[in-house]
Design a protein around this ligand. Structure first.
Ligand code: PRP
Ligand code: URA
Length: 208
């Protein structure tokens, strides 16, 4: 699929395997999410456009390149939260726009319970951060929210996707690239990704 960027990087594959492991405790799980986010964002930011800027080193002058685009990271609560810190380490000037969505257990529909996104876009590019793309309902809702605020350039960055989620997000928003560490087999009958890693929020925060 043209707009899906599935990483084949060995470091990502290694860390993802540890994330899947049922024996990985929340502390290590959070560390791994942080490390994989770094690596995924390194790839997802590849097409940012730097501008030239003169710079003088102790040894002489040259023309360097710097990023001037206004960037936002939009974590989907809760499970997207641990992806924020590594994102800010990479781009400390970025804005953080929180999107609170909870997938209703029976219907699997996303319920919006908190959103802090500017009414009018104040960033040129927004990266949605959420480890899991299952039915795709949450991701589609998050893109809807960002587009309503006027953001035109949006990317989704996640750890594991189901084919169903990729299909739904790509169909609803074909302009949104999907950066993902793995595309798994399927959803089970209660909407969980198989083999996946279980409930990301619960594993991150020790609940469930
Ligand atoms: C999880 C996950 C995604 C969503 C994916 O969050 O972090 O946001 O489910 O499912 P979907 O693609 O079918 O919408 P959840 O709603 O469980 O909330 P939580 O992060 O607060 O645990
Ligand atoms: N949300 C999760 O955290 N895990 C899944 O497998 C599906 C939705």
């Amino acid at each position: 699929m043209a707009n899906v960027f599935q990483s084949t990087h060995p470091l990502i594959q290694h860390k993802l395997t540890l994330l899947r492991d049922v024996n990985t405790e929340p502390k290590r799980f959070r560390e791994l999410v942080r490390e994989v986010t770094w690596l995924l964002l390194y790839e997802a930011t590849r097409d940012l456009i730097p501008v030239e800027r003169p710079v003088t080193s102790p040894m002489g002058s040259t023309v360097g390149k710097v990023l001037v685009e206004e960037i936002a990271f939009a974590p989907i609560l809760r499970a997207g939260l641990p992806m924020v810190e590594p994102a800010l380490e990479m781009i400390p000037t970025a804005q953080i726009w929180h999107i609170g969505l909870h997938r209703e257990e029976e219907t699997l529909q996303p319920i919006e319970y908190y959103t802090n996104v500017p009414r009018e876009a104040t960033a040129e590019i927004a990266f949605i951060l959420d480890p899991m793309l299952a039915t795709g309902g949450s991701a589609v809702a998050a893109v809807d929210i960002l587009k309503r605020s006027g953001v035109r350039n949006i990317k989704f960055v996640g750890l594991i996707a189901a084919p169903e989620g990729i299909e739904r997000l790509s169909r609803a928003h074909p302009d949104v690239p999907i950066h993902i560490a793995a595309v798994d087999e399927r959803l089970n009958d209660i909407g969980y990704i198989v083999p996946g890693l279980g409930d990301a929020g619960d594993r991150l925060f020790g609940t469930g």
